[in-house]
Design a binder for this molecule. Structure first.
Ligand SMILES: [Zn+2]
Length: 175
């Protein structure tokens, strides 16, 4: 059974949890990491290292691009942010590390979050993983689901924070 419950992705990381996660990996909760996570946690963001660098610079933060790159990599490795591929294959970083899927517009680069549907009480990717493991005996890594699609053509207002929804992506309205 597929249920499209509206489970809000959790945001589990408070400052003390972040410090704990980093410490367990022998890493410091350094100032660049605080600054980067602070920016990312303000709201749902999907940013490239370059755009993050520019945004922080505009706020008067003095982090070099390589520092931003390096620390995003460390934070992604620690599972505190999630790296994924954007519309043209560029690496984007996600402020929301909890499980969700992305729908990406190849035309505009827009990215929206979609809460995974539940199958037999499990998020789709978990279900898929155990299904494939049972079928093959392989140990499957965490599946990441990315869909490409186009936003409904409507008033611009709904684009900003549209209710996440999964929709068939036929191109019947193209033209
Ligand atoms: Zn996301």
């Amino acid at each position: 059974m597929v249920s499209a419950q509206d489970r809000q992705p959790e945001r589990p990381w408070g400052p003390s949890e972040v410090r704990e996660v980093l410490r367990s990996r022998g890493l410091r909760y350094s100032r660049p990491r605080r600054v980067i996570l602070g920016y990312l946690s303000e709201r749902d963001r999907h940013v490239s290292a370059e755009n993050l660098y520019v945004a922080l610079k505009q706020r008067g933060e003095d982090l070099s691009l390589s520092t931003v790159y390096l620390n995003l990599g460390v934070l992604a490795e620690a599972g505190l942010v999630r790296a994924f591929s954007g519309a043209s294959g560029e690496v984007l970083y996600d402020s929301n590390p909890s499980e969700h899927y992305h729908v990406i517009s190849p035309d505009t680069g827009e990215v929206i979050d979609v809460t995974p549907p539940l199958i037999d009480g499990q998020p789709l990717s978990e279900f898929l993983r155990s299904y494939v493991e049972t079928q093959t005996g392989w140990e499957i890594e965490e599946p990441h689901v990315t869909l490409r699609g186009r936003a409904p053509r409507s008033d611009a207002a709904s684009v900003e924070r549209g209710a996440p929804r999964v929709k068939g992506s036929d191109a019947s309205d193209a033209g």
